[in-house]
Ligand binder design. Sequence first.
Ligand code: C2E
Ligand code: MG
Ligand code: MG
Length: 711
Amino acid sequence: MKIVAATIPPVHAVAIASIARPPRLLETLLANLDGMVYRCRDDDDWTMEFVSDGCLALTGYQPRDLLFNAAISYENITHPDDRKVVRDTIGDCLAVKRRFELEYRIVRADGAVRWVWERGVGIYNAEGGLDALEGFVQDVTARKEADQALLEAERRYRSIFENAIEGVFQSTPDGAYLAVNPALARIYGYKSPEDLIVSLRDIRHQLYVEPERRTEFMKLMAEFGSVSNFESRVYRRDGEIIWISENARAVHDDANALVFYEGTVEAITERKLYEAEIRHQATHDALTGLPNRTMLHNYLQRAIQSARQKGMLTAVVFVDLDQFKYINDSLGHQVGDELLKTVAQRLVSCVRESDMVARQGGDEFVLVLQHQPDEANITEVLQRILNAVSRPWQAGEREFLITCSIGVSRCPTDGRDVETLLKNADLAMYKAKELGRNNFQYFARWMDTQISNRLEMLVSLRRALDRDEFRLYYQPKISMATGHIIGAEALIRWLVPEQGMVPPDRFIPFAEETGLIVPIGEWVLRTACAQNKAWQDAGLAPIPVAVNLSPRQLDQSLPEFVRQVLAESCLAASWLELEITENVVMKDAEKTVATLNALKRLGLQISVDDFGTGYSSLSYLRRFPVDALKIDKSFVRDIALDSDSAAIVKAVISLGHILNLRVVAEGVEDEEQYRFLLKNGCDEVQGYYFGKPVPAEDFTLRLRQEAVNMR
Ligand code: C2E
Ligand code: MG
Ligand code: MG
């Protein structure tokens, strides 16, 4: 900048003051101005020719100290760090004859540093030379500090946004992003926040693996205004699927209209994997990777329910390795572990994917085979397992052979709850061991007795007939219409010396299996007919007595045998009722129909026992000459507990009536069950509520009492 000293008149304070002294009005205005008006030279000192009274407030110096650099120059008041900028800026503007405007710092008389804003203009003479600078300087420290604070806050927030480990976003309700931070771009696999905003324009379909998650997100937003720990699977840019957790809120404008969502995103894939791992560990066996006991129980629980709904068999298969302990002890645990792993794999290969292979512990495995149509199917799988396990296996150089023993229980035949099914499969497995290992055994009721092996059982049962160890107990059937006894069911008991009374469930299945049921059944029929005749002879009101029949008894010779027994006992056929179980009816239907027809021709009654536990359809029953249905006690027991059972009972009653059959409910134990049956039109009831099965003598007393009551 050129200083045109020649154009400036000789310096004299008084002269200048008189030249520059403004009129009075202007003086007042200047005095009240918050700032300093000046006129100065364009020299190294910014020599002041005039300053207004605001000088003192602005700089802390009296105007007279500053005028003509009397005590200090304005150059010196200017902060040392800003002097060059000030000079350059003003110089540049003067060079092109423009107004200048700038902010810089000054140092006040008391040493305080203040920010000032200055605005000014060059004053030129007629020749175009610069005479002076005139302008205005104002303290703007307060505003400057506020700006600075704002800037600082903004910088800090930006830093949090930019450097956060969590993804941060603002997104629109229609599924695009307004802003995202670098972390979110990183989590989603984009090059930069800008790349993400441009590329990801449809959050619902481009981001969420399950687009319904977006619907859910918006629903929660609409309902609660926020989401927290909202976990979803999302696609990264490269298509990889990751887990994220979102915390977000809806932002509304003053009119309460939704403007955008904002929130954070955390990548939680690792945590998810970890959780899955923990879950896996809790439910799986570490050595073989198979489901453990906990998972087995849950699975079996569901399988039982499903078996009931679908009406198919579920098999619980207990597999125990033979002589495993020997291998473990002689070859070491490592070999033992390898063997268990091999067996686990082989077992898995024998079943369908929907079945379960679990490790129960030690060398015991449990398989659950679902939806089996029949026993033949199960047997096929068992055979496969025996073969697979007994294939030679290698440990190092050596080859080994191992076999297993298998026990099987079926749902619903052998049990309808987890504990019973497992216990019975286990029992059957022990029988398989007793029978020489490397074989399978289906559970049978007799296994559940004190008598520990088949041979012993066979001998005892055969002797029981000769030794007169069987007893018949009688349980009353009550008419719903009159409340009187209208029949009795004969139920066998076995009085085993030193063991007491053995219930039929414990030995009838074994007797059926071995054929002993035929002579036992004959004894029952003879005894029951003779007893009934004796009651009639004693003058008691005649009632029919029901006798249970096993499937094995139901062959062509049965009608002739029954005829003989009736003849021998002189009992009219109408006082005899035969109970056959539902499954008998269904099996071998043609032959059964012929036999039943022959029996019916004798004039007796036939009822279907344990109705509801088998799988026959009611309409199928139409083809059979039966007179009554006995609803199984398990449904009666659950009437109050389980709506399914109540519905089944109702359905059996009404459909039974449609088919013109009497309907009997067995196992009635309380008032509530009785009322339910009464309300729903059941014809007869039987159960502890009306009388337990009792020996003939006790039943005689009951009949006598009844006769008295009826009089
Ligand atoms: P079932 O023919 O269904 O007989 C009814 C069973 O329910 C009897 O068991 C009876 O004691 C029991 N019961 C009766 N009222 C109630 C009650 O209110 N609550 C409960 N919880 N149970 C009740 P039991 O005497 O142990 O007979 C079991 C099964 O053994 C019979 O079931 C029948 O299938 C068979 N059975 C019994 N005697 C003979 C027989 O002489 N020959 C053949 N083949 N099977 C028989
Ligand atoms: Mg019965
Ligand atoms: Mg029954």
